[in-house]
Design a binder for this molecule. Structure first.
Ligand code: AMP
Ligand code: MG
Length: 337
């Protein structure tokens, strides 16, 4: 299959929309990361998404809508709290898990009786949903297990020959995927995956916000994942990544003892002058780190890193999302000094 690179203009967006209506798969920019778009009601199209990614069939796809009011078309119940959250965070980087109805096929929901609903804010993604009139299933546009794509070039690298087209919409604004929440009760939400909509932001609308333990800790063997994506190795480059929680001085000393030719470190901007070893930097605050993290993980493979020591980020605000992606990239291998 020839994968066409489309531009961010109305003509090309119409072309992409036509492909999606025909049951094809198209890579599209969103404000979180790039997504692989297909009609969520079309089983053949959704099967093509799973196959392009190599995604396990039990890992559900999020369904994207132009407006939260459309959630009523695809779900059987929406708690009042979901409407209040939607007022504040839709459009935006929040995915809410709700009971699905029969219009969403089981293949889309990974066999679950629930569906993740998101209303993206990116103008290209929004226009595609609006023009197609479809609920759009869109997982991140990477090969399953690899770092998520934050620009069209990443999508092309993973998906060239596997999907019909990619729209080039520049770099993703946030750089990490949406915050996924479920409803434990009428007043309590549970964060299943942290993202740009933070615990602190959710707490302004809802007092009871639980952080699912699987965000920071490896699932114990035999435990059922609240979100199937939690149980798979994810976001990993080829290199062996290890997270190091320590002061800058202890980090420098640690790398000094464990240095080698293909050993690289991922450090904060501003720390370079203390660091005489191979390194890449990934920003100086949580927003920059979110924006850069997946690109840096891909770059580490490009330069042939075999071992990567990552200086652990703060877990405040969107930092929790950065920490979560890194600890998963590290397969939960953490060294505390
Ligand atoms: P991605 O498609 O790459 O953005 O990943 C979507 C994430 O949302 C995965 O971790 C899924 O397991 C999770 N997810 C999607 N739908 C559901 C659902 N119905 N219930 C629980 N988690 C979900
Ligand atoms: Mg993904």
């Amino acid at each position: 299959m020839n994968t066409v690179l489309l531009e961010n203009n109305e003509n090309d967006i119409v072309t992409a929309t036509e492909l999606i209506r025909q049951g094809k798969v198209v890579g599209v920019p969103t404000e979180t990361v790039y997504g692989l778009c297909a009609d969520a009601r079309n089983e053949e199209a959704v099967r093509a998404v799973f196959s392009a990614k190599g995604r396990p069939a039990d890992n559900p796809l999020i369904v994207h809508l132009a407006d939260f009011s459309q959630a009523e078309l695809y779900t059987s119940y929406i708690p009042e709290l979901a409407y209040r959250l939607a007022e504040k965070f839709c459009p935006g980087a929040l995915t809410m898990i709700l009971p699905k109805n029969d219009i969403i096929p089981l293949i889309t929901s990974g066999g679950l009786d629930t569906v993740g609903i998101r209303v993206p804010s990116h103008p290209v993604m929004h226009r595609i949903i609006e023009l197609s009139g479809c609920p759009i299933a869109a997982p991140s546009a990477n090969i399953s297990g690899l770092p998520s794509p934050t620009c069209a070039e990443h999508v092309m690298r993973d998906m060239n020959g596997r999907i019909s087209a990619v729209i080039n919409g520049g770099n993703s604004k946030y750089g990490v995927e949406s915050t996924v929440i479920s409803f434990d009760s009428e007043n309590t939400v549970r964060i299943l995956r942290p993202g740009a909509v933070t615990k602190e932001m959710l707490s302004e609308i809802c007092n009871d916000v639980i952080i699912d333990p699987a965000i920071l800790n490896e699932l114990a063997e035999g435990t059922k994942a609240a979100s199937p994506g939690m149980k798979y190795k994810h976001y990993s480059p080829e290199a062996n990544v290890v997270m190091v929680e320590s002061s800058l001085q202890d980090f420098v000393n640690f790398v000094n003892r464990n240095n080698g030719n293909k050993v690289y470190s991922l450090i904060f901007d501003g720390d370079e002058k203390f660091f005489p070893y191979n390194y890449l930097t990934y920003g100086s605050d949580s927003h920059e780190q979110a924006h850069l993290i997946f690109q840096r993980l891909r770059e580490l493979d490009d330069i042939g890193a075999e071992k990567v020591y990552v200086r652990a980020p703060s877990t405040d605000g969107v930092g929790l999302a950065v920490y979560n992606r890194l600890i998963r990239a590290a397969g939960f291998e953490v060294i505390k000094l």
